[in-house]
Design a protein around this ligand. Structure first.
Ligand code: ZN
Length: 1009
């Protein structure tokens, strides 16, 4: 070898390419090829009834999203005896090979979609007898790995193109030599020129190129001998150990609808199964119970193969959740159910409990998660998404993540910063250099395999891994299942770093707001399920009705499905939101029916002059309600988790009243006085109880503002920090009218022009006896690249604001001191955000929003965005939402913000009644900081599950009182398994909770009708 490494490396590219050219030396046409253009995505049985017409290669077929079934009859030539024979079928689309009796065999990804995921060969036999005949079908879907991003592709002209349909032989000697050569070549290309291993790789690859005459198969053995000697040089004792976990990240919906995902699943899973036969060391991790359930429903025979390989330890369920959920928007109970429903599925179907939460691609991780994971049998957490952070990269690959309650979970970010590694030398070296904890650990995991339409790992990836297993110069890489990797990694790490609190994602902040109808429907669905479960549990206990277990399970599955990390964040194409709207309609219609029927059982009368009201919250409440007739209001008081039946009260000792003048209007009761100018800006808000003016001098609250919203990269996902620099105050009121003037409710309606393409109607109201100032908006929104928020400057000073998250809250800075602070220029909050001084504060409540910002003393709620990709119509049209300002004494905990926000979202359920019975509280807790959040029937018995959480962030004691007799009580985990029996009185249980603790009890109860 002459000393010219640059030229030497250059020759390798041509050598590899020419060698590859000899891989498929022979070809023969198919015996026959026919096609049937299907009307839709149809099952195999239906496709068999189609009228198939003769066709030929070079056929083009479309349009985008259509499906075409090809029927293939073949005969292997007699002279191919002993050869490896493949079907070579490239339709420039996503395909699936089916057996003639209807089992998916393997996915195909066509040429048009680039080298990434390109997969066009299906192996018929590794050792032909010669003369075999057979029939196969290929279901070709005119879409790509990533659907069609409307911004980048002209979908109307998109077609499939049948480039190849023939049988070929594969030369196994060429294949083996090629795989050897590629790995050595990549080492010569990628290793630092100063390393001995680089030099050895350069020499070995060059020696192969000199020894092998391409086309002369008798020379190949010499090449392989050189490779064998090279690979014989092993690593030393101290080396980075990498567990290679096969995976295909299949987005449950994104740039394609759910129906296409089902097909992506069987294409991918059948591919993985085929490869397991050839590569016994191959282990494929398959997350998202929903995707398993689809296979069970759609193709039981494929599903049986998956289960068999699961038993064999190769096809491995991971994650424990129903889908890989967004972790910002779903409620605490929704996250619990992701695990409950997911883990129960895996246990029932496969006898497996997942020990790892697998969520590599989600836009931020709530500080409530560590506790939820631990409660659901999870010990480990895996993601990599924070490697996308804009300002601050994670400083550890392996650490203990501590949630807001102190629960800890051992967490791993695969150092290669991807869930789609392709197992090249480059991948492994990057993985090695990115590993941030080599001072305390030497084990890590790499996830390899094409996601979405790419059908997971390829044979080439597995061949590379075989060769890279233990070779000097590369980390030691071994195919392992998560269940093998995680305990190994736990035993290996010394002194893991602790990260406390949320794992905020410094990107995709627009997903708290985009597609706001989905977020609203999700909130309403979660509340409806909460109410139905509570009311149905009471009806079941009082023996008035059976618990609608099956119906609820179905509804929950749909709710959980739509919390997928590209559905509820708003980052999918229009078709996905057509499906979501249909699902939410079904969810809300069945829960409305279930709630009404359970309520009718619990409150048996629905006629008469009195009012019956059920309070489905954990706190007693007294408030103004709308009458069931739709006319007028009443003031009602209802106990916690119970009902009141009362005379209609339409007066109050502290009535609300309104005054209107040319300058504006004032809403007032004995607690607050709110003065608005003629543009409906809040110019003064006096809290009479504390003699405090809440609006700073010359400031205006309820100010609508538009920001130019042109993110640099991902429209639906992102808002970038510079949007804050292009702010415009908007909103001109064209008419104001007092529509209700007390005594129980005052209400003003204002018509407002926001901008050229946005008008809104705004109602502002104040009730008797309440310090809460309500705002209701109906907006007609047709903007482009505009972001609407409403802001409230407050006469308060604090260096942090508080935001509700699942089962608790978090504090975030109100300043931009450091990059970690300003990275959080937009944050996720649930029903409330709060700016408080120690003795006084103001909360901004909402009924359906999740994006907040608090800078200095200005609290902002994000209302509507208008991104144009991947859904050009996202958020266009009519919207209805509510928010409220809630001034209070003390901080958010002592100030009662948590019950106020819950009450703002979940009204008392009121109906007419004639029965003069006493109030009844079924469950009550004597400490307002301890929230009884969920009451449901246990999954596997007639017992009741009561789930509490400590909401103040403090150690607390409380007494639970039940209107019934407790026969047996136990503490259970989130999977409803008994942790420990607890002492209970006849009707009471004493509870002790640590800050933000989630506590679930299982009770055997008797309750009188
Ligand atoms: Zn994803």
């Amino acid at each position: 070898m002459l000393k010219h490494p640059v030229q030497t490396k250059a020759r390798f590219i041509r050598f590899a390419s020419e060698l590859k050219g000899k891989l498929y030396p022979q070809s023969t046409p198919l015996k026959s090829l026919t096609v049937f253009s299907a009307p839709d995505r149809i099952p195999f049985a239906e496709a068999m009834k189609g009228r198939y017409k003769p066709t030929h290669t070079d056929l083009t077929f479309g349009p985008a999203w259509s499906t075409h079934w090809f029927k293939i009859n073949y005969q292997i030539p007699r002279e191919w005896k002993g050869q490896e024979v493949m079907l070579y079928f490239d339709s420039s689309s996503e395909g699936c090979v089916w057996s003639a009796d209807g089992v998916p065999l393997q996915g195909l990804t066509g040429y048009n979609w680039g080298a990434e995921g390109f997969r066009s060969h299906y192996r018929l036999t590794s050792n032909a007898r010669g003369g075999e005949t057979g029939t196969l079908y290929v279901e070709a879907a005119v879409n790509g790995l990533f659907g069609f991003d409307p911004k980048h592709l002209d979908t109307a002209n998109k077609t499939g193109h049948l480039r190849k349909a023939e049988l070929v032989t594969r030369d196994s000697a060429v294949w083996d030599l090629l795989m050897d050569f590629i790995v050595i070549k990549e080492m010569a290309e990628q290793l630092p020129g100063t390393s001995t291993n680089f030099g050895a790789a350069l020499r070995a690859a060059n020696d192969i190129a000199n020894a092998v005459v391409i086309g002369d198969s008798s020379s190949y053995a010499a090449g392989r001998t050189i490779a064998k000697e090279f690979f014989a040089a092993k690593n030393g004792d101290r080396v980075h150990g990498v567990s290679a976990i096969g995976h295909a990240h299949i987005d449950t919906a994104w740039l394609w609808p759910l129906a296409e995902t089902r097909r992506k699943c069987y294409r991918t899973f059948s591919t993985a199964l085929r490869m397991m036969d050839k590569y016994p060391e191959y282990k494929f991790s398959c997350s998202q119970a929903q995707q398993w359930a689809w296979m069970k429903e759609m193709n039981p025979r494929l599903y049986a193969q998956m289960k068999a390989k699961a038993r064999a330890g190769q096809f491995i369920p991971v994650g424990g959740t129903w889908i890989e959920p967004d972790c910002n928007i779903p409620s605490g109970e929704s996250l619990v159910r992701q695990f409950l429903v997911g883990q129960r599925f895996f246990r029932r179907e496969l006898g497996v409990t997942c020990r790892e939460f697998w969520n590599p691609d989600v836009f931020g991780y709530s500080g409530a998660l560590p506790q939820i994971m631990r409660g659901a049998g999870i010990e480990y957490f895996l993601t990599q998404k924070l490697s996308w952070n804009q300002f601050n990269r994670p400083t550890s690959s392996t650490f203990l993540w501590e949630g807001i309650d102190g629960s800890r979970v051992l967490t791993h970010f695969p150092p290669s910063d991807t869930y789609n590694a392709v197992a090249t030398v480059d991948d492994l070296l990057r993985h090695d250099t990115n590993f941030k904890d080599n001072d305390r650990a030497s084990e890590s995991a790499i996830l390899f395999g094409y996601g979405d339409g790419g059908c997971g790992p390829t044979e080439e990836m597995l061949e590379r891994l075989r060769r890279m297993k233990d070779v000097a110069g590369l980390p030691k890489v071994t195919p392992r299942a998560p269940a093998e990797f995680f305990p190994r990694f736990k035993a290996n790490i010394v002194e893991p770093i602790v990260w406390s609190g949320e794992l905020y994602f410094e990107l995709h902040r627009g997903t708290y707001t985009t597609h706001s109808e989905c977020k609203r429907d999700n909130r309403r669905s979660e509340e409806a399920l909460h109410d139905v479960e509570l009311l149905a549990a009471i009806a079941h206990l009082t023996k008035k009705a059976r618990y609608p277990h099956a119906e609820l399970a179905k509804v929950w599955e749909l709710v959980l499905l739509n919390q997928f990390h590209d559905i509820i964040p708003g980052s999918s194409i229009p078709e996905v939101y057509v499906d979501a709207a249909r699902d939410y309609e079904q969810i809300l219609s069945s829960t409305t029916k279930l709630r009404a029927s359970a309520l009718a059982k619990v409150l048996p009368e629905s006629a008469g002059a009195r009012l019956a009201a059920f309070n489905t919250l954990s706190w007693p409440r007294r408030e103004v309600v709308d009458l069931p007739s739709g006319k007028g209001h009443a003031l009602l008081e209802a106990p916690a988790y119970g009902y009141t039946i009362a005379e209609r009260v339409s007066k109050s000792s502290d009535p609300a009243h309104v005054e209107q003048s040319e300058k504006g209007f004032t809403l007032e009761n004995g607690l607050i006085s709110a003065r608005f100018d003629a543009n409906a800006h809040l110019v003064s808000l006096i809290d009479k109880r504390h003699d405090r003016e809440i609006v700073p001098p010359a400031a205006k609250g309820n100010q609508f503002v538009l920001f130019e919203d042109k993110p640099a990269l991902y429209d639906a996902w992102d808002m970038d920090i510079y949007h804050l620099e292009k702010r415009k105050s908007v909103g001109v009121v064209t008419s104001i009218k007092v529509v209700e003037s007390g005594p129980l409710r005052t209400k003003v309606r204002a018509e407002m022009v926001v901008n050229a393409k946005c008008k809104m109607t705004l109602w502002i109201s104040l009730d008797a006896e309440s310090p809460r100032l309500d705002f209701e908006v109906e907006a007609d929104w047709h903007e482009t690249d505009q972001f609407l928020k409403v802001e409230f400057p407050l006469a308060l000073r604090s260096d942090f604001a508080t935001f509700e998250i699942q089962f608790g809250h978090v504090r975030r800075p109100t300043h931009f001191n450091t990059t970690w602070d300003f990275a959080r220029f937009e944050v996720c909050g649930h029903r409330w955000a709060d700016l408080s001084e120690p003795n006084y504060g103001v909360a901004l409540l909402n009924d359906s929003k999740y994006g907040y910002a608090c800078h200095g003393n200005v609290l902002r709620l994000s209302l509507l965005r208008s991104p144009k990709s991947p859904d050009p119509k996202a958020d266009m049209g009519r919207h209805h939402f509510r928010y409220a300002l809630y001034p209070h004494e003390g901080g958010p905990q002592a100030g009662g913000v948590i019950p106020a926000a819950a009450a703002f979202n979940q009204p008392l359920r009121v109906q007419a009644s004639s029965k003069p019975v006493a109030n009844r509280s079924f469950f009550s807790v004597d400490n307002p900081g301890v929230v009884l959040d969920t009451v449901k029937k246990a999954e596997d018995s007639g017992d009741l599950i009561l789930r509490f959480y400590e909401s103040h962030g403090a150690h607390q004691e409380a007494t639970l009182t039940i209107d019934g007799k407790i026969a047996k009580a136990a503490r259970v985990n989130l999977l409803e398994e008994e942790d420990a029996p607890i002492r209970a009185g006849a009707r009471q249980i004493k509870l002790k909770l640590r800050p933000f603790e989630i506590l679930s009890l299982k009770l055997d109860l008797q309750m009188n009708a």
